[in-house]
Design a protein around this ligand. Structure first.
Ligand code: NAP
Length: 311
C-alpha cells in the first residue's frame, strides 16, 4: 500500500481489540434529503467510519443510505464502523437501553461498533430533548451522575449490543475520575479539535490510556474566516499541491487522532477522503500556529452549538 493510501485507510487500535478507521464521516446535517445523499456520497468516496446521534434526528436517513449500499453489495457491514450517541435527556440508567434500541432500529442495524454519551450533562428525563422552564432555562437533572449512566452503558457491552463505549464533549477533569471508576474503560473520546484547539493535554492522556481521540470540527466547521483560510494552512496546501481541507485532515490523522468531517457534496466527499501524508516540517508549522479558538460551547453547557435552533 502506498503512503497516500495508507493514510486515508489508517485504522487506530481500540482497547477492545478492534480498530476504528481514522477518517470518519459526521452526520450532523439538518436536512433529511441532504443527510441521505451526503451519507451515500461518503460511502462511495470510501469513508467507512460514521458518527450519528439521536440528537441529530436523522438516524433513519443515515440508516437508509447505509442499508442501500449494503443491499447493493458494495460494502459489507463488517467493513463499516458505525457509532451513535445517547442524548442528555436519556442519562437515567433505565432510559439508556431503550434509547440505544431506538437508535439501532432507526439505523436498521443489529449492533453498533460504538455508543457514546453525547455530553456529560444530564437533562431532565423525558422525551423532550431540550427541556426548558418558562423562562427558557434548560432543566438539568441533578439526580443522576455520569457514572450511573456509564454503568448502564457498560451493561450494553455486557449484553453484546455494542462493541465499544465512550464519551463526548468531556474535559480531562471529568474524564479522569470516570476512567478510574469505569469497569469497562472508555474506548473513544470525541471532542472538538483542530489546529486552533489542539487539546494537547487531553490527547496525551488518551494516548497514555489507549483511548482513541476522535476530533470533530477538523475543518473548523468550515467557518470563514477560519482555519480553511489560515495563511499557514493555505501556504502548506499550495506547497504540497493539496487543498486546505486535505491539509487539515492529514494533520489530524498524522498526529494520531481519528476525525469526523462532514462534506455534503460528492466532490467534497472525494476531496476529504483523498488525503496524503504531510512532510514533518509542515506538521511542525501547523503545530506552531498560535491562534486559539473553541467553536462549539457544548462542552460547557451540554447545549448543542451547531444544530440550528428551533428544530
Ligand atoms: N460531539 C459533539 O457535540 C459534536 C459537535 C459537532 C459535531 N460533531 C460531529 O462531528 C461531525 C463533523 O463536524 P463539523 O460539521 O464541524 O465538520 P467539519 O468537516 O469541520 O465542517 C463541516 C463544514 O465544512 C465544510 N466543508 C467540508 N468539506 C470541505 C472542503 N473540502 N472544503 C471546504 N469546506 C468544506 C462543509 O461545507 P458544506 O456544508 O458546504 O459541505 C461544512 O460547512 C459532525 O457531523 C458530527 O458528527 C459532534
Amino acid at each position: 500500500m502506498t503512503e497516500q493510501n495508507e493514510l486515508r485507510c489508517r485504522k487506530i487500535p481500540m482497547n477492545n481489540g478492534r480498530s476504528i478507521p481514522a477518517l470518519g464521516f459526521g452526520t450532523l446535517i439538518p436536512d433529511l434529503g441532504d443527510t441521505l445523499r451526503a451519507t451515500r456520497s461518503a460511502l462511495e468516496a470510501g469513508f467507512r467510519q460514521f458518527d450519528c446521534s439521536e440528537r441529530y434526528r436523522n438516524e433513519k436517513a443515515v440508516g437508509e443510505a447505509i442499508q442501500d449500499v449494503l443491499r447493493e453489495g458494495k460494502v459489507r457491514r463488517e467493513d463499516l464502523f458505525i457509532a451513535t450517541k445517547l442524548w442528555n435527556n436519556n442519562h437515567r440508567p433505565e432510559r439508556v437501553e431503550p434509547a440505544f434500541e431506538a437508535s439501532l432500529a432507526r439505523l436498521g442495524l443489529n449492533y453498533l461498533d460504538l455508543y457514546l454519551i453525547h455530553t456529560p450533562f444530564a437533562f431532565q428525563p423525558g422525551d423532550e430533548q431540550d427541556p426548558r422552564d418558562q423562562n427558557g432555562n434548560l432543566l438539568y437533572d441533578h439526580d443522576v451522575t455520569l457514572l450511573d449512566t456509564w454503568r448502564a452503558m457498560e451493561s450494553l457491552v455486557d449484553r453484546g449490543k455494542c462493541r465499544a463505549i465512550g464519551l463526548s464533549d468531556i474535559g480531562l477533569n471529568e474524564l479522569k475520575p470516570l476512567y478510574d471508576s469505569a469497569r469497562i474503560k472508555p474506548a473513544v473520546v470525541q471532542v472538538e479539535s483542530h489546529p486552533y484547539l489542539p487539546e494537547t493535554e487531553l490527547l496525551g492522556f488518551c494516548k497514555e490510556k489507549g483511548i482513541v481521540f476522535l476530533a470533530f470540527a477538523p475543518l473548523g466547521h468550515g467557518m470563514r474566516p477560519g482555519l480553511l483560510e489560515d495563511p499557514v494552512i493555505a501556504a502548506i496546501a499550495a506547497r504540497v499541491g493539496k487543498t486546505p481541507a486535505q491539509v487539515l485532515l492529514a494533520w489530524a490523522v498524522q498526529r494520531g487522532t481519528a476525525l469526523l468531517t462532514t462534506p455534503k457534496s460528492a466532490d467534497r466527499a472525494r476531496e476529504n477522503f483523498d488525503i496524503s501524508a504531510l512532510p514533518e516540517d509542515a506538521l511542525d508549522e501547523i503545530n506552531r500556529i498560535q491562534t486559539r479558538q473553541r467553536l462549539n460551547p457544548v462542552v460547557n453547557t451540554g447545549i448543542p452549538g451547531f444544530i440550528p435552533q428551533g428544530r
